[in-house]
Design a protein around this ligand. Structure first.
Ligand code: C2O
Ligand code: CU
Length: 546
């Protein structure tokens, strides 16, 4: 294992360990975690690791229901489904033994309702802000976009992974306040995939997300139908996010301690929730299941495994990845572990047929957070798992018209604390520098100058990862020249699928290849660690007409 690889693994384990930072037996990790995030004081927290395990059944988010039909804005003679989804404050129990917790959610739930849509069948969604006028989490008015003259509560909804026109994409500055709404048109002209919708308001995205504003959006197509994968009750969404709670059961969000500037550089919760519950269980039959995973955490990367007993060191058993963010892999990929960063999704098949009567677990390297109870009765399983899925033709590097070298950097103040985080050295408000032409192909080469992994997301497009390659950081800092120190790091099956969010590891140059298909207009690209995104690690980009 080369040095970069080892350091990266250490990084991932630090990030996942953070989710269990409250746990005594992980005290060593907790110390390391605090070193990486010096800004977070140890607040008075509920010890979520002391909660009873597997006493709450896994909730399944409701399915979004259209409230009628409206003329298609593009073809006014046809009518298309129209949904109205209100963002509301609500209370819910995240665990049997905790009092109700206040959240903000779409349709008053977190995760919000799951959209079930079909390729080629557009929909309209009216997103209505019915939230209170005051935020319950600490706004930093020194951040761009959340200055004191801005209303406290602002929302704008982005469909992450959607090939959406710019007017409906949820541009961070297109926010609206309580009492207002915005209607978005989603064409669904893209292959079957797991998308998700979430808030994107300038300067407070991290807080709106922690408050609970996220949900799944599935696009299906005929190709998917033809695969005969597990469906109905055997297709289960697993939305993962971490939170810490105060002793009174309310969401805890740390502050920097710097007067007037509460922003912290990362948020890691003490508990990983699944579909909004801490330590849930799911009763399953001994057969194949399809799990649609989403990591909607602000900052945590999870190295996930399924294991046969409830310990973080127990060996994992094989599961099968069939899809990444933007659709199916070429072929089912058996694996024992999968890294999922903020904003990333995975489509998995887990076969419980040889596990009747067993209790199984889903875990990271630091915490076991969900249980599966496999019942003993034999059930019929008509679903199949074909040897080939959808071809993912590799985009040739020769087709790229440009390579952009883009740095990822974290600027620290005299105390060694992060003060601002920039993409290619540019603030949000500086002139647009990334202007691809519609239908052209480009290589974006991310040069990570920090010691964190950053999940980089481009709106509107899907892309492929070309490679991740270690380089000499000190030479780069002196000369601005990339000198590689080793060959590219081996790709996983996940890396070879269609992606819209890519993990850019420390001390690597990560290259992606993108064809800018879809729409012209103004979009954004950014880090999906939401604390970074809110403090300048986000840039506009413009797709120019051909
Ligand atoms: Cu999931 Cu611009 O975000
Ligand atoms: Cu980042």
């Amino acid at each position: 294992m080369n040095l970069t690889r080892r350091l990266f693994l250490q990084q991932v384990s630090l990030l996942t360990a953070a989710a269990a930072a409250q746990s005594a037996h992980l005290a060593g990790h907790a110390t390391e975690h605090q070193m990486t995030t010096p800004a977070q004081p140890a607040g008075p927290l509920l010890d979520t690791n002391a909660l009873a395990r597997y006493v709450d059944p896994l909730p399944i988010p409701a399915r979004a229901k259209p409230s009628g039909q409206r003329p298609d804005p593009k073809h006014p003679t046809t009518h298309i489904p129209y949904y109205r989804v209100a963002m509301r404050q609500f209370q819910t129990k995240v665990h049997r033994d905790m009092g109700p917790t206040t959240f903000w959610g779409y349709d008053g739930s977190c995760p919000g309702p799951t959209f079930e849509t079909r390729h080629g069948e557009p929909i309209l969604v009216e997103w209505a802000n019915e939230l209170p006028r005051h935020h319950f989490l600490p706004i930093d008015h020194t951040l761009h976009g959340s200055e004191p003259d801005k209303p406290e509560v602002r929302t704008v909804v982005h469909l992450h992974g959607g090939r959406t026109g710019p007017e409906s994409d949820g541009y961070p500055e297109d926010w609206f306040v309580p009492g207002q709404s915005a209607t978005c048109y989603y064409p669904n002209q893209q292959e079957a995939a797991s998308l998700f919708y979430h808030d994107h308001a300038m300067g407070i995205t991290r807080l709106n997300a922690v408050a609970g504003l996220a949900g799944l959006y599935l696009i299906r197509d005929e190709f998917e139908d033809s695969l005969n994968l597990p469906q109905g009750a055997y297709e289960v969404p697993l939305v993962l996010f971490d939170r810490s709670f105060r002793p009174d059961g309310q969401i805890y969000y740390p502050v920097s301690g710097k007067p007037g500037a509460p922003w912290v550089s990362e948020y890691y919760g003490s508990a990983i929730l699944v579909n909004g519950k801490i330590f849930p269980y799911l009763e399953v039959e001994p057969r194949k299941y399809r799990f649609r995973l989403l990591n909607s955490s602000n900052g945590s990367f999870y190295r996930l495994s399924f294991s046969a007993d409830a310990s973080v060191t127990s060996p994992g058993f094989d599961f099968i990845q069939i899809g990444s963010e933007q659709g199916f892999l070429e072929a089912p990929a058996p694996t024992e572990t999968l890294i999922l960063g903020p904003g990333e999704r995975a489509d998995l098949i887990v076969d419980f047929s040889s596990k009747a009567g067993k209790e199984l677990f889903l875990r990271t390297e630091a915490v076991v957070f969900m249980q599966f109870r496999v019942c003993t009765e034999k059930t019929k399983d008509d679903s199949s798992l074909p040897p080939r899925l959808r071809p993912v033709p590799r985009i040739s590097e020769n087709t790229a018209v440009t390579t952009r070298e883009l740095t990822i950097a974290d600027y620290q103040n005299r105390l060694g604390r992060s003060s601002v985080m920039l993409l290619n050295g540019a603030h949000w408000g500086m002139p647009v520098t990334e202007k691809p032409v519609l239908n052209s192909t480009e290589i974006w080469s991310f040069i990570n100058l920090t010691d964190d992994s950053h999940p980089i997301h481009l709106h509107m497009v899907r892309f492929q990862i070309l490679d991740r390659r270690p380089f000499d950081l000190s030479v780069y800092q002196l000369t601005r020249k990339v000198i590689f120190t080793g060959p590219p790091i081996a790709s996983t099956a996940n890396d070879l699928g269609w992606k819209d969010t890519v993990r850019v590891d420390p001390m690597t140059v990560t290259r992606i290849i993108v064809k800018f298909e879809g729409f012209t207009g103004r979009y954004v690209w950014h880090c999906h660690m939401l604390e970074h995104e809110d403090n300048e690690m986000m840039r506009p980009y413009v797709v120019l007409p051909a």
